[in-house]
Design a protein around this ligand. Sequence first.
Ligand code: 13P
Length: 281
Amino acid sequence: MSLVNMTDMLKQAEEKNYAVGSFSVLNMEMIIGTIKAAEELKSPVMLQIAEGRLGYAPLALIGPMMLSAARAASVPVAVHLDHGLRVPTIKYALDLGFTSVMYDGSKVSLQDNIETTKQVIRLAWQYGATAEAEIGKVGGSEDGSEDLELMATPVEDAQRFYEETKVDALAVAIGNAHGVYKSAPQLQFDRLAKLDKVVGTALVLHGGSGITVEDFRKCIDLGIRKINVMTAALNRITAETKILAKEKPDFNYYDYTQCAVNAVYQNTKEHILAFRSENKA
Ligand code: 13P
């Protein structure tokens, strides 16, 4: 159990037709709440932080905490650098002991994305870690910037990308977006079905917050094996804190941190059940 890379997790998810939740964490409360839910539901899980969030939670501090939590967990936990943008950051995460890294080349040319992804895969594999890449452009922004453009993943590009890189997991853009959806997401299931046929590895769905259980299940049935979730947890913390403030106006810091742990725990549980990964640890 405990700290693992994505290989067996995603293989089993493929065999039993479910997806592993990759939950973003920014502090200790979010780590505790995520692991508590995974242990209770006996689910494999991933803890992740994106390079764009490291100004808020430095990797030298949050990284060892994520790794300690994974090692102590009674379920398999992969610790993942989400949306790695620079090779030195990716290498630093691997040096710390991260078991999985993502290189996000969605803003560079296909050829440059392929070249850097190959470099990142070689590096990750040297550490016994796994690598994820992205092709096409998921809408919204993981780092809070204003780049809202979405470019659905071209099927032929994904096929070439996979054949040339043999990446462990590939994030695709099928109408999904990071952050809060302004209107109900219109996922392109026909595109996903075609991508699953030509890409011989696990497909990843970013922008998990705000997608319905029904749509999650359709995506899983069409080959999605890892689903990233962040905004739903943050919004849940905010909502629960407002309730706490209303019910207990003189709440103290301990009340608040417990409230945050519980909000993340509830949110993670709901997503694990939606992804059908309970009792798979
Ligand atoms: P959400 O914030 O929309 O859940 O997306 C998270 C994500 O995809 C992180 O990579």
